[in-house]
Design a protein around this ligand. Structure first.
Ligand code: DC
Length: 212
């Protein structure tokens, strides 16, 4: 079974997808980390971020690896921490918008999803990557809450700066962020993480039972 978790930055996708995977005993796939790792490698190797074919070749030659404890590796380097730096936040939408890059990532994401029951977190999972996912969640949250959550994750940036950064990222990610018509919207603004997990687990149970 595939559970697709899509939505904008800061809606809580990572926390929700990770906790849900643990609760269900499913694999967890963070597709954003794949674009982030490729962006890190491109910057590291001096590949121009506007060169789609060069990035496609890089993506093709250097698959992103996921370790047991949530580590992310590319080209033999552990980039788990580095891909969360502001430099990567700023550059990743530029890399992720190339159709050639997306095609490589899509294939990999599908292959990883076929390895077993998975919770897959991203922007386009329910529409593009796994349109036949059994459960599709569209996770949203109030912009102020999203900025506050980012604030808790990142040092050094003020709240206004973070809200502005989120707005900019939303605009840049919009072309690749899709809500599936059959996705169920879960607004995390007023819900605790356990409440969100409970709600989605119920939907998974219903899907398993063939309800809906
Ligand atoms: O969710 P995140 O912030 O880690 O995502 C990093 C970047 O990758 C962000 O610009 C959105 C993009 N992305 C995408 O285009 N498609 C996905 N399936 C996942 C992420």
């Amino acid at each position: 079974m595939i559970v697709a978790i899509d939505g904008p930055a800061g809606a809580g996708k990572s926390s929700v997808a990770k906790a849900l995977a643990e609760r269900l005993g499913f694999r967890y796939l963070d597709t954003g980390a794949m674009y982030r790792a490729l962006t890190w490698l491109a910057l590291h190797e001096g590949v121009p971020l506007d060169d789609g074919p060069a990035l496609e070749a890089l993506a093709d030659a250097t698959p992103v690896g996921f370790g047991e404890r949530g580590t992310v590796t590319i080209a033999g380097t552990d980039v788990t921490q580095r891909i969360r730096e502001p430099e990567i936040d700023a550059a990743v939408p530029v890399v992720a918008r190339h159709p050639e890059v997306r095609a490589v990532m899509r294939q990999r994401q599908r292959a990883l999803g076929r390895e077993g029951d998975s919770v897959i977190e991203g922007r386009d999972i329910g529409v593009v990557v796994v349109p036949d996912a059994e459960v599709k969640i569209w996770l949203v949250a109030d912009p102020a809450v999203r900025a506050r959550r980012r604030h808790a994750e990142r040092d050094g940036l003020g709240m206004d700066e973070l809200a502005e950064e989120l707005r900019r990222r939303d605009a840049r990610d919009a072309p690749n962020t899709h809500r599936a018509p059959d996705a169920i919207a879960v607004d995390t603004t007023e819900l605790s993480l356990p409440e969100v997990i409970e709600r989605i687990t119920t939907l998974v149970d219903e899907a398993r039972a063939g309800v809906g």
